[in-house]
Design a protein around this ligand. Structure first.
Ligand code: PLP
Length: 452
C-alpha cells in the first residue's frame, strides 16, 4: 500500500508544513525549506521521495537495530492483527503474545530482572519507573524515600515525568520542569568538562557527586538514581571506566534503587544485549523501548528485579497503566524481532566484527582538523567538533551552529548523522556491513571537509 504515492515532493512538503507539527523542530525554519520526505527503506538505506538513497547512520532514532524491511515482522503483525488485534491486561486478563514476550525478556535480561511492566515507548516506561520506585518504598514503610537523582544532560523522554528525570535545560525551560523531588548531578563528560583531571580522576569525582547529593537530600529521602549507561541524546557521552563501579558502590551503600535507562543501550547497541552487562552493573530496574521491536511497533518496557516486583505485587493495586500496556501486536512484533536478533546472532556478530572495525575507523576521524574527542561504545559513537583540539575548546559562535552545518552537509551527501550542539553522533543499525561502514565514513569525511 502506498499513501499519497502520486504526489510530487513539493506538494507533500506543502501539506506537511500546513498540517504536521514536527517534534523537536523549529517549525518556521522547516517550513521555509520543506521536510525531506522518506518513502521507503531496506537494510541500512533510506530512500526519499526523489528516489535518492541515504545511509541511515542513526537507525531512525537509535531503534532500527535489525535494519529496515524485515518481512517477518510485518507477517507477525499481520497474523496477530487477524487473531487478536487488541486486548488489555488491566482487569485480570492476559494473552499469549504478552506472556511469551515477558518470558523472553526475563530470559534475556541480566541477573534476576524477571518481571516486565509495559508501555508504548521509553518516556512512558520511565514515567512508570518514577511512580513505581516511590510506591516501592512506601510499601516498604519508607514513604519519605521519594527523591530521584538523575543527571544533567541526561535524556529520559518527553512526558512531564520523563523530561523532569532528564536533565536537558532546554526542555526544562519550556513548561516549568522539573516536577518536585527530582534533582540532578553533573554528567561524566570528561572531554568537555574534565579540566585538568585525568579521565579516571574525573570519573570518580563525578560519581561521588551522587554520594554528595544523597547526603544533601538525606539518605532516608532518596528513592533511586536513574542514568543511561551511555548518554545518547546528550551527545554519546561515554563515562570514564572508573565511573560506573563507583556509582554501583554508592547505590549499594545507601540502599538506593539503580534504574538503568537502556532505551538506547538495550538490545545490542553497546555490543552486549544490555549496556548493564557492558558496564557490569546490577540495576534494580531497566528501561527499554526502541530496539525491543527495532522500532517496527511502538513498545516500551520496565524490567524489574525479583525483589522490586515482589514488593510491588504485595503493595495492593499499583494504580498505573496504559491502554496499550502489553499491546498484542506490538508484543508479537517484538518477539519476532528478538527471535531474529537471537537466531541470527546479530549482536554477537557485530561485537566480533563490525564494532571493532567501526571503533578503529571512528578513532581515525580524530586526525581531521575539525575533530577533537572521538568516542564509541559498540555501535554508538560521538565526536566533538572543535576549533582547537589541544585546548579542548568550544566554538565561540552560537553553540551548535557548526554541528548543524555539518549535519546539513551529511544530509546533502546521503548520510544521516545527527548533531547535539557541536557533537556529531551516529548509531547505525546493528546489521551494518563493513562496506556500508566504509560508505558511512566516506560521506562523513566529505561532509566534515565541507564544514571547515
Ligand atoms: N530514554 C532514553 C535513554 C532515550 O534515548 C529515549 C528516546 O530517545 C527515551 C527514554 C524516550 O523514549 P520514547 O521517545 O520512546 O518515549
Amino acid at each position: 500500500m502506498t499513501i499519497l504515492h502520486n504526489l510530487p515532493t513539493q506538494d507533500l512538503q506543502a501539506l506537511d508544513a500546513a498540517h504536521h507539527m514536527h517534534p523537536f523542530t523549529d517549525g518556521a525554519e522547516l517550513a521555509a525549506k520543506g521536510a525531506r520526505v522518506i518513502t521507503r527503506a531496506k537494510g541500512v538505506m533510506l530512500q526519499d521521495s526523489e528516489g535518492v538513497d541515504i545511509l541511515d547512520g542513526m537507525a531512525g532514532l537509535w531503534c532500527v537495530n535489525i535494519g529496515y524491511g524485515r518481512e517477518e515482522l510485518a507477517n507477525a503483525a499481520h497474523a496477530q492483527m487477524q487473531q487478536l488485534p487488541y486486548y488489555n491486561t488491566f482487569f485480570q486478563t492476559s494473552h499469549p503474545p504478552v506472556i511469551a514476550l515477558s518470558q523472553k525478556l526475563a530470559e534475556l535480561a541480566p541477573g534476576d530482572l524477571n518481571h516486565v511492566f509495559y508501555a508504548s515507548g521509553g518516556s512512558e516506561a520511565n514515567d512508570t519507573n518514577l511512580r513505581l520506585v516511590r510506591h516501592y518504598w512506601a510499601t516498604k514503610g519508607k514513604p519519605d524515600k521519594k527523591v530521584i537523582i538523575a543527571r544533567k544532560n541526561g535524556y529520559h523522554g518527553s512526558t512531564v515525568g520523563a523530561a523532569s528525570l532528564g536533565g536537558m535545560s532546554g526542555m526544562h525551560a519550556q513548561g516549568g520542569l522539573p516536577i518536585p523531588d527530582i534533582v540532578h548531578i553533573d554528567q561524566p563528560y570528561w572531554w568537555g568538562e574534565g579540566g585538568d583531571m585525568s579521565p579516571e580522576e574525573f570519573g570518580l569525582a563525578r560519581a561521588r557527586q551522587l554520594e554528595a547529593m544523597i547526603h544533601e537530600v538525606g539518605p532516608d529521602n532518596v528513592a533511586a538514581f536513574i542514568a543511561e549507561p551511555v548518554q545518547g541524546a546528550g551527545g554519546v557521552i561515554v563515562a570514564p571506566d572508573t565511573y560506573w563501579p563507583e556509582i554501583q558502590r554508592i547505590c549499594d551503600d545507601y540502599d538506593i534503587l539503580l534504574i538503568a535507562d537502556e532505551v538506547i543501550t538495550g538490545f545490542g547497541r553497546t555490543g552486549n544485549w544490555f549496556g548493564s552487562q557492558t558496564y557490569d552493573i546490577r540495576p534494580d530496574i531497566i528501561t527499554t523501548a526502541k530496539g525491543l521491536s527495532s522500532g517496527y511497533m511502538p513498545i516500551g518496557a520496565s524490567i524489574l528485579s525479583d525483589e522490586v516486583a515482589q514488593v510491588i505485587d504485595h503493595g495492593g493495586d499499583f494504580n498505573h497503566g496504559y491502554t496499550y500496556s502489553g499491546h498484542p501486536v506490538a508484543c508479537a512484533v517484538a518477539l519476532e524481532n528478538l527471535r531474529i536478533l537471537q537466531e541470527e546472532q546479530i549482536i554477537e556478530k557485530a561485537a566480533a566484527d563490525t564494532i571493532p572495525y567501526l571503533t578503529e575507523k571512528w578513532a581515525q576521524l580524530a586526525d581531521h582538523p575539525l575533530v577533537g574527542e572521538t568516542v564509541n561504545k559498540g555501535l554508538m559513537a560521538g565526536l566533538a567538533l572543535t576549533p582547537d583540539k589541544a585546548a579542548r575548546a568550544k566554538f565561540a559562535s552560537d553553540p551548535g551552529t557548526v554541528g548543524f552545518r555539518c549535519r546539513e552537509r551529511c544530509f546533502a551527501n546521503g548520510l544521516i548523522m545527527r548533531h547535539v550542539g557541536d557533537r556529531m553522533i551516529i548509531a547505525p543499525p546493528l546489521i551494518i556491513s563493513r562496506d556500508e561502514i566504509d560508505t558511512l565514513f566516506e560521506r562523513a569525511v566529505q561532509s566534515l571537509d565541507e564544514t571547515l
